[in-house]
Design a protein around this ligand. Structure first.
Ligand code: KG4
Ligand code: ZN
Length: 336
């Protein structure tokens, strides 16, 4: 095995609509992290079309791998390990990245590791200047996931709560569509809400006061739909602000409670919705009141990217001695 400073991991992420390739030196030094977002391609359909996403990954990946090597000033023979997401996610898109990664590893005669996308999100924090030392609580909140995960140690996780229906970002994207915002809608809802009245409509806070730490966002989406049928002239900015008031309250309440219940003083928040300015303010303020520090890695590491995938592969290979056979297949509902 190469010395850690000369150990280069190529990471591949294709579980949804971001095609991403990264190269890491050692376990945490990001040499390059290229992300090609297909959002524009899917915008006209109002959401991700799996078949279209697969084809786009297939067309884009070889070029991104070449560009990553060029930018890192490396040759293919300098790579020591390939890690690719194998779940959870959309099966077609996963198959493209996984097969590409296995092919590269096979051709270069280097080890290959399939990576759990959720573990990838948790590793985003490890790539920051001030990584959180486990144990801590983590909230993974994006278009595909809303989960509270206790990180006892790297590689040791317990999911203490997850959504029973839609992910928070998925609900925001669908509500955005109802008020005329293109896909993905989260960032625009964030911006609009700053000009709106969060008390204009009292939307429900599903499961906010239920026992346990599971989430539900489908009911909120439906109540917005019915409200808009009855009140078609409500200002989009007031709907955006009122919807975010509900989503932020639910996420804040459950995350802070879970962090306290499991006796942690650190909460790490990752995933695309972690970009939300209202959520950041709310979690920081409520965390401070309870002696909990809240970490938000930079947005470029929070949203889907291959650096976080490479980080998991490097850690699992170098520290735990893991590798996978080339017979590994995608697992769309892979759990942590
Ligand atoms: O992590 P990500 O890039 O991909 C998934 O794994 O889903 O997250 C994308 C999600 C989308 O639902 C998008 O609307 C949401 O993150 N998002 C936001 C913001 N920026 C992106 N939601 C709320 N506020 C934002 N500023
Ligand atoms: Zn993700």
């Amino acid at each position: 095995m190469n010395a850690p400073e000369a150990f280069h991991t190529l990471g591949i992420e294709t579980s949804c609509d971001e095609t991403s390739v990264a190269i890491l030196r050692g376990e945490t030094e990001v040499l390059v992290n290229l992300v090609y977002s297909q959002a524009e391609v899917h915008a006209r359909y109002g959401g991700v079309v799996p078949e279209v996403a697969s084809r786009n990954h297939l067309g884009k990946l070889p070029y991104l791998v070449r560009q990553a090597l060029t930018e890192a000033e490396l040759e293919p023979r300098d790579l020591s390990l390939v890690g690719a997401t194998y779940g959870p996610g959309l099966v077609g898109p996963l198959l493209v990245g996984l097969s590409h990664g296995k092919g590269l590893a096979y051709g270069l005669s280097i080890p290959f590791l399939g990576v759990n996308h959720l573990e990838g999100h948790l590793f985003a924090d490890r790539l920051t200047e001030t990584p959180s030392e486990p144990p801590f609580m983590a909230l993974v909140v994006s278009g595909g996931h809303t989960s509270l995960i206790e990180v006892a140690a790297l590689g040791q996780y317990r999911t203490v709560g997850t959504t029973v229906d839609d992910a928070a970002g998925e609900a925001l994207d669908k509500i955005g569509k109802m008020i005329g915002i293109g896909y993905p809608a989260g960032a625009e809802i964030d911006r609009l809400a700053r000009e709106g009245d969060p008390t204009a409509v009292r939307f429900p806070r599903p499961m906010a006061s239920s026992a346990g730490f599971d989430f539900s966002f489908a009911g909120l989406k439906t109540s917005v739909l019915y409200y808009l049928k009855k009140n078609p002239h409500e200002r989009p900015r007031d709907i955006a602000a009122s919807v975010l008031a509900s989503v932020v309250e639910i996420l804040t309440k459950k995350s802070i409670e879970a962090t306290r219940r499991y006796r942690h003083d650190r909460l790490v928040v990752v995933g695309g919705v972690a970009a939300n300015t209202h959520l950041r303010e709310s979690l920081r303020a409520h965390g401070a009141k309870r002696g909990i520090s809240v970490a938000f890695p930079p947005i470029s590491l929070c949203t889907d990217n291959a650096a976080m995938i490479a980080a998991v592969a490097a850690f699992r290979h170098l520290k735990l001695g893991e590798l996978h056979p080339f017979s590994l297949t995608p697992d769309p509902s892979l759990a942590l």
